[in-house]
Design a protein around this ligand. Structure first.
Ligand SMILES: NC(=O)c1ccc[n+]([C@@H]2O[C@H](COP(=O)([O-])OP(=O)(O)OC[C@H]3O[C@@H](n4cnc5c(N)ncnc54)[C@H](OP(=O)(O)O)[C@@H]3O)[C@@H](O)[C@H]2O)c1
Length: 222
């Protein structure tokens, strides 16, 4: 039975990843920061661990719990949008967005990618095409955009480090998705996004290590 790890699974895209991998018969290890959300994940058949991705000790604790695991598909999903304006962020806004969207991945990838390498598995971060500099045509949500551009840089470094060990490292845009972050007017249901993300990850080859992909598998410019 293959094993999936989902970091940030209390709701939205992460929660749907848990549901779909379980429905397919996978063993699922999932994290959420609140204990009641961990209980709900256990109800879905996942092994659940409480993790706040902005807390280094919490991430370190996950590392101990995952010691000796072999993971086929890992998804780092937790993220925040932050302020919806184009002005300077406050230091607090900056820290919250950058710690959640960037620093967490810098801490998690060195824990997770070595568990994926032995299975020649895949590790994915959920970024956003709002982080693409090549496609940039407006400045709304500039802190979020900067955080996802930085996340893509972190993933590119992980691909260089862990690719030669066997892991395929990918960064994804999930589409505009009907979640708390995406809002009700988004174009994709969470089921549509996640089913396409899973299919694209399953089809990805090691030659694509380090790619920035749309949920449907198309390449996105950096
Ligand atoms: N929805 C879209 O249209 C869209 C588009 C592009 C990219 N994305 C990206 O997709 C990912 C998932 O977004 P979503 O749409 O599913 O958003 P969501 O419904 O707002 O869910 C966000 C998830 O991140 C978790 N999270 C936030 N801060 C955390 C922390 N410090 N520690 C642990 N977990 C934390 C939340 O947990 P709590 O419940 O504990 O807050 C929740 O599970 C994000 O990285 C987002 O940037 C989404």
């Amino acid at each position: 039975m293959p094993t999936a790890l989902i970091v940030g699974a209390s709701r939205g895209i992460g929660n749907e990843l848990v549901r779909q991998y379980r429905a397919d018969g996978w063993r699922v290890i999932a994290t959420a920061r609140k204990s009641e959300d961990c209980d709900a994940l256990r109800q879905l058949g996942a092994e659940a661990h409480p993790v706040d991705v902005t807390n280094a000790e919490s991430i370190g604790g996950l590392g101990w719990k995952l010691d000796d695991e072999k993971i086929d598909a890992a998804w780092i999903v937790a993220g925040v949008y932050g302020p919806d304006h184009t002005g300077f962020p406050t230091e607090q806004e900056f820290d919250q967005v950058m710690h959640t969207n960037v620093l967490a991945a810098m801490r998690l990838l060195p824990i997770v990618a070595p568990l994926v390498a032995p299975t020649r598995g895949k590790v994915a971060v959920i970024s956003s095409r709002m982080g693409s500099i090549g496609e940039r045509d407006n400045t709304q949500g500039s802190l979020y955009r900067a955080s996802k551009a930085a996340l893509n840089s972190v993933l590119a470094d992980a691909a260089l480090t862990y690719g030669p060990q066997g892991a395929t490292c990918l960064t994804f845009h999930p589409g505009w998705v009907q979640t708390d972050m995406g809002g009700a007017g988004a174009t994709l249901t969470v089921q549509q996004s996640v089913s396409a993300l899973r299919a694209t990850l399953a089809k990805a080859t090691h030659a694509q290590n380090g790619a920035f992909l749309n949920y449907d598998g198309a390449n996105i410019p950096w």
